[in-house]
Design a protein around this ligand. Structure first.
Ligand code: ADP
Length: 719
């Protein structure tokens, strides 16, 4: 029977249903009680830099909660310094910026010429002339869509979360973003300008957002469903827990979407928060690119390109797993386009003199303008007029009529020439990590060797060193670079010893690098499948004609050698010949060694003063000749064989110029009725409904007993 206090809370829900509730103590979250196959009680969580997508696995759409918390300035301890951001829109940019802008303009003009679109010679004058005389017209703010009721004064220590935080003005509030705004594999925001002084504060805000989101989620479900349906979904104990508002998570499991090249310490701390602070009864992990494939129903080998707010992730997925060597994170995304677009508008006399995108209203206006105007559709780039409602707290609402010309395409075009973004970022050339927070949340290391043991990707390294296949003019140098990448052992770099430079490799070139490395890693014949399935997702892929532009750009930059249909066979035969040469060299070395008793592998090495310890001795004696001479000799033989084979191959293919000899490039956008920024979330909801998920849940008991070692057995990827 129901106790009166509980009953009074449940009663309004459904009058004519009698509920039998056993005592609260019986409501436990032991492993036995968890129904791992029940997707109705699974919440999928996707932390993002702009927003957190969170929802029940059986819902159509998640809630999108802005990744933002606002706290009254007065609540801050006096020593805390608000991060001071320079208003880069207003400062005079160096001449390099103008040069980069001119480069973008040249690329734009070339494209227009190629598609035979006419550009009026006086377009620039028309736009800046019009904008310099146009003025905002005061309008009554009746328009509900986009109207913002600003929160200007803090109310009793309230902490504002999500959309509410974005309504808090900068004068009296400090804004913080707990989730990932820096680095490729981070879940938590440990960047330098984040207004956090300890990692506990970051965790606190992360928990706050998820709690807030779950409450809203439950409320939404109650509002939406016929109340009786709730009783079909949950047991009466669960409903009581929902209604009582205590420990609400203990009836839910969660699937957490993590970056492809996740940082282990971030993942482990997030699992800890979900299980212990938020009381979820089980947690499972899914990497984002795999989630994208599940979300769009792609089963074949695919290259996933996720263009988000702060970063862009590229990774190839083959046979149900993410190919480690193909992963790369680029340190730019939609937010950089927003900043650049605002700057370009101001350069065309846009009438918004005090525009500062570092404050909430300035940012909101910039985002609205960007979404309204930018495009890759060349037919839409002419001198054109737009209307815009400018809303700034404490100022009258204004309607501004303005004109644009090429700004609408130049801003997104910078994804392919991203160096210009650095001039508008707060930290122009490196990922600024807060040293204190990094110390509290260090990178993961192997407990025995102390070597960093997070995922390492060849593509990420290539981008860091700026050694890209697309930049090679000469085929021999290109193939040598490929062989070096694949055949040579890479040294694991210690990330803590290096400044992390921003990765600003152009999007098209990074995709080519990722696909090539993925195919060389798993099977070179898969080049064809990766190129025909380049899946673009993420909010920024909503730019009109994004897929057309990307297809063109990949076709422009893909080296001819790597585009040929027959390349896979050529490459395979090349590898076989290299193997043959190596075997011959090894046999020769063995003959020499056995003919000369005095020269054993180990004392050969002693002769060589450059090599020091003897650990490698036996292993090397087995595969390659010991002496340097032999190695050089082998290398020389390989080089001349590769040269010969390449010449022969290029001669054979020279005659082929028709398109059927090239691997087709096909960029696939998210299905047209689906939001591309929700594809990852959708993918995890699919996983939640498969039998497979039962093997992947980690419970609190698992975590207590085994700690992070359990992840080696409960992940779809190598942990
Ligand atoms: P994240 O996962 O990093 O939070 P999302 O995939 O949700 O990012 O994408 C957010 C980004 O997409 C923002 O930079 C936003 O401005 C951009 N965006 C959203 N809608 C559009 C649109 N219609 N046109 C251009 N950019 C858009």
């Amino acid at each position: 029977t129901i106790q009166p206090s509980v009953a009074s809370k449940i009663a309004p829900l459904e009058d004519n249903i009698t509920i039998n509730i056993t005592s609260a103590s019986e409501f436990t979250s032991k492993n036995d009680d968890i129904d791992f196959s029940d997707a109705a009680s699974t919440i999928v969580i996707q932390p993002g830099s702009e927003s957190i997508k969170i929802g029940f696995a059986l819902d159509d759409k998640p809630l999108i909660i802005p990744n933002c918390i606002a706290i009254a300035t007065s609540r801050f301890n006096e020593n805390h310094q608000r991060s001071n951001q320079i208003n880069k829109l207003q400062i005079q940019q160096p001449t390099d910026f103008d040069t980069l802008k001119e480069n973008l303009q040249e690329t734009f003009k070339q494209r227009m010429r190629y598609y035979k679109r006419r550009i009026q010679s006086n377009s620039y004058e028309q736009v800046s002339g019009f904008n310099s005389v146009t003025r905002g017209e005061p309008v009554p703010d009746l328009n509900e869509n986009g109207k913002t009721s600003w929160i200007e004064t803090p109310k009793d220590d309230t902490i504002y979360i999500g959309e509410d935080a974005l309504r808090c003005t900068d004068t009296n509030f400090i804004h913080r973003k707990p989730f990932c705004c820096s680095g490729g594999g981070a879940i938590f925001n440990i960047s330098d300008d984040n207004n956090y002084s300890s990692i506990e504060e970051v965790y606190g805000d992360a928990v706050r957002i998820i709690k807030y989101a779950t409450k809203r989620l439950i409320k939404r479900r109650q509002d939406r469903r016929k109340k009786s349906e709730l009783y079909e979904l949950y047991t009466s104990e669960q409903i009581r827990a929902l209604m009582e508002d205590v420990d609400e998570h203990s009836i839910f499991k969660s699937i957490l979407i993590i970056p492809d090249t996740f940082e282990k310490t971030h993942v482990e701390n997030m699992i800890r928060l979900l299980l212990t602070e938020l009381n979820f009864n089980a947690v499972a992990l899914m990497q984002e690119s795999l989630a994208a494939c599940y979300g769009t129903g792609t089963g074949v080998s695919t290259c996933v390109v996720n263009v988000g707010a702060n970063k862009t992730n590229i990774a190839c997925v083959d046979d149900g797993s993410v190919v480690e060597n193909s992963c790369v994170t680029l340190d730019y995304g939609g937010d950089d386009i927003t900043r650049l677009f605002a700057k370009l508008l101001l350069m065309s006399n846009f009438p918004y003199e005090s525009w500062d995108v570092n404050n909430v209203s300035g940012w909101k206006n910039a985002e609205m303008l960007k979404k309204q105007c930018i495009t890759f559709q060349d037919v839409d780039v002419t001198t054109q007029s737009f209307n815009f409602i400018k809303r700034v707290p404490g100022e009258r609402t204004e309607k501004i009529e303005f004109k644009t010309f090429d700004e609408v395409m130049l801003a997104p075009l910078a994804l392919f020439e991203p160096k210009i973004f650095t001039y508008l970022k707060q930290n122009s050339d490196s990922v600024a990590i807060n040293k204190n927070l990094r110390k509290q949340l260090p990178i993961s290391r192997d407990p025995f060797t102390n070597i960093p043991n997070d995922w390492e990707s060849l593509t990420q390294d290539n981008c860091r060193e700026n050694k890209l296949y697309s930049d090679f003019q000469d085929n021999f140098a290109l193939i040598n670079n490929i062989l070096d990448n694949i055949l040579e052992n890479r040294e694991v770099e210690d990330p803590s010893n290096n400044d992390q430079k921003l990765n600003l490799i152009p999007l098209d070139k990074a995709i080519i690098q990722s696909i090539t490395n993925a195919a060389l890693d798993v099977d070179v014949t898969k080049l064809s499948s990766f190129y025909s399935n380049i899946l673009v997702i993420g909010g920024t892929s909503k730019i009109p004609a994004f897929d057309f532009m990307l297809t063109d750009r990949i076709n422009i930059w893909r080296p001819r050698l790597l585009s040929l249909n027959s390349f896979a066979n050529f490459y395979k035969s090349l590898l076989e010949k290299i193997k043959e040469l190596e075997t011959n060299a090894k046999n020769n070395a063995n003959v020499i060694t056995s003919n000369n008793d005095a020269v054993t592998p180990n004392n050969t090495k002693n002769d060589d003063e450059d090599e020091d310890d003897d650990e490698e001795g036996d292993a090397q004696a087995e595969i390659v000749p010991k002496d340097k001479l032999g190695e050089d000799n082998l290398r020389g033989q390989i080089d001349s064989m590769v040269k010969q084979e390449l010449e022969k191959y290029m001669k054979e293919t020279e005659a082929h110029t028709s398109s059927e000899h090239y691997l087709p490039v096909s960029v696939v956008p998210a299905p047209h009725d689906r939001d591309p920024s929700l594809m990852l979330w959708k993918g995890a909801t699919v996983l939640a409904q498969l039998k497979l998920i039962e093997e992947l849940y980690i419970t609190e008991t698992d975590w207590d007993v085994h700690g992070s070692r359990i992840l080696q057995h409960k992940c779809l990827f190598a942990y």
